[in-house]
Design a protein around this ligand. Structure first.
Ligand SMILES: *Cc1c(COP(=O)(O)O)cnc(C)c1O
Length: 796
């Protein structure tokens, strides 16, 4: 095939980078060298739009949005960048013309796993949508040397090893040694001439690394600025000269620990000093950068809210309120009240969870020791708020019981507080901040989460994307509501067959990957039933595996029974210290070993749990899923975004009325969603019966059988008592109501089977899911933030 001129030109650009950036010739280049050369050549094409966007923003004096997040779960960049630049075909042709396999090169890139799960992935989707919509802004985060740990299984148990994405050069970043700020910790506060002066005892330098984020069709690019910690003094020369070389390097080592590693706790809070320092490190660097940019433009600090909107992704950067007040008053001479008012106008806070164990509360002694000046400011904010709201109940406030409550702090220092789904926002009002909501009516608003269709449909699912473009033409990637045009095609037999074929192709590819990597042979015509997400009790992977055991029991008891063959796919990591979650992981793996080796079962049931779930694995699994498991205890999942990715890719959902499931069901139609389980209100009600678990178990013979099998050690004959604790907890506690929802879940799974056995019906429903997911584009979400919170307009 004759290469197109564009790809020939691009091939030359790749070779130039191979030679002059990598210092290799084509004969000796490794896969890594080729990937770097290709990435750098693509990056060159981002720089133009990136400069243009920055210049325009300066020239037009545009308001900028600053998205502060401790996590950005980016994944791989290469193919996503190529697609947004409209250069995927050219890039592929060019690299293949050079004798390299496109997929191999793409998959050589390590995931940038600077996040735990949904919260971090949301930040990444929002960065991409801001760039697509021409919403001028920056993401601010930490350049962790080690992202989320790698997971593997040893005898079914989770084992963690460090992640080292920066072992190789990261081609998408630009180091900015000149953009650096000093960050202080500890020390003392003195009053000098009536002003508070903080003399930190420790300081580190925050140095910027910039990653351009290119939007769809390359029309706009923003910056993700990640901070790395560097020492203020490289080493102690006096000690070095005395021959104490190790001690001389101590300050350097100490400073670098600040950006060394991402905390692996998802929705649990640990009051560790290093974590507080990381949060302040990010926030202070970001705010100093924002004020520097504002002042360099010759603008007055009193005008800050006209030029700056700062969004706090959860309370992790909630020290932003006090820090902004400190900078405006202590450093720039404003009065406390004026600084506070300006701060509130700039700041917005997104709440991500109601789980009590997730709410950040720092001991006042720790806050007072690590950030003594901020502790004073926090007390002053709290006192000011009480003065302004004399009816505030005594139990409401920021500092209570020797703790600083970061949720209250973020609420009081923000002009808007948003929940992440309609149900979640109602619960934030009703259960989390009822008094503050009354004192500040209208401050709490909803912005239902979204996902970027560029990565999660166009890139991850080329087969379905081609089918969609063939049916409704181009442009749906940036206008996802256009998928509605597929609605009527659900009645078209030919389209239904094509839709099913696209899904089957994805399933065949996944089956090959499972065979190669997991050594398990699965039938691509089986129902692919997928639950991938962090392992957490509230997400109820336990409910899923118990139902799987019940299904196995049915097959064993009726050897000739005609069942719909299923492949149960699990994926996800548990926080290293979360024992209950780790026990569930081990149980899934134990059950998988027994079921997969049971000759009775054959193709009818297989269980696979590939280790190390991450963004790249999500991109592989989701397009191949028939069924999406979204089965959290109602009232616990703030929104979910995995649920959106699946439905967009034509998987049907089995789910509870929780988080955004509620809105997904409203959009796709109740008849196209497998609903089961207690509602949030019923959950609260059911918990009042202290014996709810026992009562539910006694009503379900299948559940009794399942628990009996586990207790007998059927899945771990080498250690029969392994799950006695788990079974005991099921009978006597079961806080997440697995038993209470078990029968309803089984019934819903039976309905799934019956529907899958009627392909016409199934594919009609699947198409309608894809067709009606337009609302869940992160473009819609970002538009909402722009008008309701940030007060900014598109530059495009
Ligand atoms: C989307 C995503 C999540 C969030 O999944 P939920 O089901 O909403 O919890 C977590 N991890 C990865 C890698 C994802 O891509």
């Amino acid at each position: 095939m004759q290469a197109r001129p564009a790809s020939q030109a691009f091939r030359a650009e790749i070779l130039r980078h191979l030679t002059y950036s990598m210092g290799k010739d084509a004969g000796h280049a490794s896969l890594y060298d080729w990937r770097m050369a290709l990435s750098l050549a693509l990056r060159d094409h981002i720089v133009g739009p990136w400069f243009d966007a920055t210049r325009q923003t300066y020239e037009q004096g545009r308001k900028r949005v600053y998205y502060l997040s401790m996590e950005f779960l980016i994944g791989r960049v290469l193919e996503d960048a190529a697609i947004n630049l409209g250069m995927r075909a050219i890039a592929r042709e060019a690299i293949e013309g050079l004798g390299q396999d496109w997929h191999q090169v793409v998959e050589d890139e390590p995931d940038a796993a600077l996040g735990n799960g949904g919260l971090g992935r949301l930040a990444a989707c929002y960065m991409e949508s801001m760039a697509t919509l021409g919403c001028a802004g920056y993401g601010y985060g930490i350049r962790y040397e080690h992202g989320l740990f790698r997971q593997w299984f040893d005898g079914g148990r989770q084992v963690e090893t460090p992640e080292d994405w920066l072992k190789q050069r990261h081609p998408w970043e630009f180091e900015r040694p000149e953009v650096c700020y000093e960050i202080g910790f500890k020390g003392t506060v003195e009053i000098v001439n009536g002003k508070s002066v903080w003399a930190p005892a420790e300081t580190v330098i925050a140095e910027a690394y910039d990653m351009p984020v290119i939007g769809w069709q390359g029309r706009w690019a923003n910056t993700l600025r990640l901070w790395a910690a560097k020492p203020t003094t490289l080493f102690d020369l006096a000690r070095f000269n005395h021959g104490d070389f190790a001690a001389a390097a101590e300050p350097e080592a100490l400073a670098r620990t600040l950006s060394r590693v991402l905390y692996p706790d998802d929705t649990t809070f640990q009051g560790k000093e290093l974590r507080l320092k990381q949060e302040y490190f990010l926030t202070s660097a970001a705010l100093q950068d924002i004020l520097r940019r504002h002042l360099t433009a010759g603008l007055a600090l009193t005008d800050l809210p006209d030029h700056v909107a700062i969004q706090m992704n959860d309370t992790h950067p909630a020290i932003a309120g006090p820090e902004l007040i400190r900078l405006l008053s202590d450093v720039h001479g404003m009065s406390f009240e004026e600084a506070l008012e300006i701060g509130v106008k700039c700041l917005g806070y997104t709440n991500h969870t109601l789980l009590p164990e997730a709410l950040e509360r720092w001991a006042t002694y720790l806050m007072g020791s690590v950030l003594p000046r901020h502790m004073q400011i926090i007390e002053a904010i709290d006192a000011w708020h009480l003065r302004m709201n004399p009816t505030r109940p005594h139990y409401v406030g920021i500092v209570k019981h020797h703790e600083v409550r970061m949720g209250e702090l973020a609420f009081i220092t923000s002009h808007k507080v948003n929940g992440v789904s309609a149900l979640h926002t109602e619960l934030v009002k009703k259960n989390l901040f009822p008094e503050l909501d009354k004192l500040h009516p209208g401050r709490i608003i909803n912005q239902t989460n979204g996902v970027t269709p560029r990565r999660w449909l166009r890139m991850a699912n080329p087969a379905l994307s081609r089918l969609i473009t063939g049916a409704i033409g181009q442009g749906w990637e940036a206008d996802l509501d256009r998928l509605r045009e597929l609605d009527k095609l659900s009645e078209d037999k030919v389209f239904r067959d094509d839709f099913a074929k696209a899904k089957r192709a994805n399933k065949v590819a996944l089956a090959e990957w499972i065979a190669q990597t997991q050594g398990v042979v699965v039938n691509p015509d089986a129902l692919f039933d997928v639950q991938v997400k962090r392992i957490h009790e509230y997400k109820r992977q336990l409910l899923n595996i118990l139902q799987t055991i019940a299904e196995w029991h049915v097959i064993r008891s009726n050897p000739t029974a005609e069942v719909v063959p299923r492949v149960k796919i699990f994926g996800g990591k548990a926080a290293p210290g979360y024992q209950a979650a780790k026990e569930v992981i081990r149980l899934i793996n134990d059950v998988a070993r027994v079921v997969n080796n049971d000759p009775y079962v054959g193709d009818r049931l297989k269980i696979v749990y590939p280790p190390n779930y991450n963004v790249s694995m999500a991109e592989r699994l989701i397009p191949a899923a028939d069924l999406s498991e979204q089965i959290s205890t109602a009232g616990k999942e703030a929104s979910g975004t995995g649920n959106m990715k699946f439905a967009l890719n034509g998987a049907l959902t089995i789910g509870t009325l929780d988080g955004a499931n509620v809105e997904i069901r409203d959009e796709v139609g109740a008849e196209n969603f497998f609903l089961f389980g207690l509602t949030a209100e019923e959950v609260t009600e059911r918990r009042k019966d202290p014996e709810h678990a026992r009562h539910a178990i006694l009503k379900s013979q299948p559940l009794q059988d399942v628990l009996q099998m586990i207790a007998e050690g059927r899945f771990c004959p080498e250690e029969p008592s392994r799950y006695h604790g788990l079974v005991h907890n099921m009978w006597h506690s079961d806080y997440f109501l697995v038993a209470s929802d078990f029968e309803a879940y089984r019934d819903a799974q039976t309905e799934v089977d019956q529907t899958f056995a009627e392909p016409d019906r199934w594919w009609r429903m699947a198409i309608l899911n894809t067709a009606r997911m337009g609302f869940f584009s992160s473009d819609r979400a970002i538009r909402g933030y722009m008008t309701d919170i940030w007060g900014t307009e598109s530059a495009l």
